[in-house]
Write a protein that binds this ligand. Sequence first.
Ligand SMILES: Nc1nc2c(ncn2[C@@H]2O[C@H](COP(=O)(O)OP(=O)(O)OP(=O)(O)O)[C@@H](O)[C@H]2O)c(=O)[nH]1
Ligand SMILES: [Mg+2]
Ligand SMILES: [Zn+2]
Length: 314
Amino acid sequence: METKGTATVVKHTGSHYLLSELPVWNPFPAVIRGKVRLESSRATNPVAVGDVIEYNLPADGGDGMATISRILPRRNGIIRKSTNLSRESHIIAANIDKVFLITTMILPETKLEFVDRFLVCCEAYQVHPVILVNKTDLYDEPDLQAMLSHFIGIYRGAGYQVLEISVADGRGIDEVKDMCKDSICLFSGASGVGKSSLLKALDPSLNPKIGDISTSHLQGKHTTTFYEMHPLSCGGFVIDTPGIRGFGLVDIEDEELSTYFPEMLKITDNCRFKPCTHTHEPGCAVKQAVDDGLISPERYCSYLGMLQEETKYR
Ligand SMILES: Nc1nc2c(ncn2[C@@H]2O[C@H](COP(=O)(O)OP(=O)(O)OP(=O)(O)O)[C@@H](O)[C@H]2O)c(=O)[nH]1
Ligand SMILES: [Mg+2]
Ligand SMILES: [Zn+2]
């Protein structure tokens, strides 16, 4: 007799998966035999960490490995294009309660365009983002302080939650712990920003691999290479991910793009033309808000960049 069950994918390493019957932590291996695909998906990896799946487990012999037989409908999913030019998309994770975008002002420097693209994807896929600025122990110099307050001003101004933390001196760690409780969270950001270090700070009994910063490139070394979920002793689950380099936008139409900028969405009803691309149209409320200093020029600039790129690659 076969056993059947429902479990969550907690790790994905190429062809193999680890499953656990959350909220119980009992990881066991599984494979996919044949095709298990979500309808209408162009994804290169059809099953992602966080997916809730049905599995079969043979009672006698075989390799004793569970087989994933069905993916249950997703609540949400973080998807990105493998490369800018590619039509293929890649599902990073599914059924996420909260995404922490971990950023740093230096070692490495997080670019605003990167943050904006990431946030657009969160909005598009209906995942709640929280921005963490890590390594605040390093920002004593006045120009770094200025950079930090500029950064925080932009994203709080756009309506996002931004928290200053330091794994090195413990600042903000308890707040992050509280936010992780009773939920499935995902850590994302460039290599070297401290995703795995933060995980370890939240639960010292965990032992994720932690890298260092390359002295020549001042960037991380892509230490974490798998998508993996970890149970926190304080409650909740965190998915640690490999550092991401770039972030292509998937399937977002020009007219739709500004709806993923919350500060633009709020006032777009006031534009004279509907729909309005907020580029050349007279009577545009968004352009007016940029002129009036109510929308940050950096965010607007990122918006224009994304519009252009979408056109270029379509
Ligand atoms: N000064 C300082 N260094 C930190 C802090 N947090 C992490 N680091 C250092 O940053 C380096 C990279 O940390 P990781 O945790 O491996 O970074 P990651 O984001 O997981 O990187 P990838 O796995 O490559 O994506 C390590 O040398 C950490 O010790 C911090 O708050 N302050
Ligand atoms: Mg890591
Ligand atoms: Zn407009």
